[in-house]
Design a protein around this ligand. Sequence first.
Ligand SMILES: Nc1ncnc2c1ncn2[C@@H]1O[C@H](COP(=O)(O)OP(=O)(O)OP(=O)(O)O)[C@@H](O)[C@H]1O
Ligand SMILES: [Mg+2]
Length: 361
Amino acid sequence: MGVIKDMLGSGETLFRDPIPLDYDYIPKLVPYRESQQRQISLCIRPLLEGRNGRNMFIHGAPGVGKTVVCKHLLKALEEEDIEEAENIVPIYINCWQKNTFYKIVLGICEMIGYRFTHNKKSDELFKIVKENLNKKSVVFVLDEVDKLEEQDFIYNVLEEIYKKTVILITNYKEWIVNLDQRIKSRLTAELMEFKPYNKQETFGVLKDRLQYAFVPGAWDDDAFNLAAEKTYDMGDIRAGLYLLKESGNAAEDASSKKINAEHVSKAIGKLEEFSIKKKESLEDDTKFILEIIKNHSGNKIGDIFKEYQNEGGKAVYKTFQRKVNKLAEDRFITVKKIMGGAEGTTTIVKHAGSMKKITDF
Ligand SMILES: Nc1ncnc2c1ncn2[C@@H]1O[C@H](COP(=O)(O)OP(=O)(O)OP(=O)(O)O)[C@@H](O)[C@H]1O
Ligand SMILES: [Mg+2]
């Protein structure tokens, strides 16, 4: 009898609303990041008073809330109904998707509703964007800024947009050191680090999202603790959201009314499939390269490049190599230099999904 009672009926679900588990969902509040939000607001505040804003450089590990805090602020600006805020244009750019001057400017044209972009060059488009934006103030958020192929967009904004706050976000603190000197001297950005959440904060963030996403009572305490503990170990809230969702799916697959520790363990077993970054956020050619690496994992970089060309890849070897290194930096793949042999040094490229699990050793 108990068994039937604990079974999920057909058509029943444990999810009240799965959307709060999406990585790009913006929650109403972003707890534990109040001081960062305050500091960013202070940089934007001069814009409300018709003056130039201050710039920021934000860095920190993956999944610690950098993007969500900035998007949350931009959204708040948009929804603010004081007149001063209406004169501020919020512009969010993911530099992974828009990694060149042209792509960014085209994206902004779209945002401001300018449609006659066909056959226009970057410079012409920037002129239009500039004239439009200089009627107001602008908050630019350049997320994953280290993925830019060229830095002239930043330079042009610093030079030609009068009233703005420029917020640059990256995982790599060192990136700013290598920034073009002309940009660095004009940027004078305040530095801000997002540290990983402590245990209590990690539990708090996940509990919050869980309450919106699941029906009340769906989670056993033990199960939740296991998922939150694992998330804390990984230091990445995104991994936690993945675990919550996959645990829920595992419970539903077993027609269980409760999510228990066993379902969470199943989800933890699948973590390997979870790439720290969302694959969809990769730019097309990089996605294509990743796919080829996946199918030819363990081969030499030169052979993978040949395969890439065979399948229609257009980039030259140098660009290809740079993209491969970026993929490694973001832990989608691993690259290993092998010394010696007939060809001297070569690099072996492996897809992260084909790496050994800890349990394989
Ligand atoms: N304080 C918080 N409250 C609620 N959700 C949060 C909080 N911090 C992070 N999250 C959620 O965790 C996920 C990862 O956060 P976010 O995308 O902001 O990470 P990030 O620091 O930008 O990471 P990356 O460097 O990989 O881009 C998002 O779904 C986000 O909504
Ligand atoms: Mg981010």
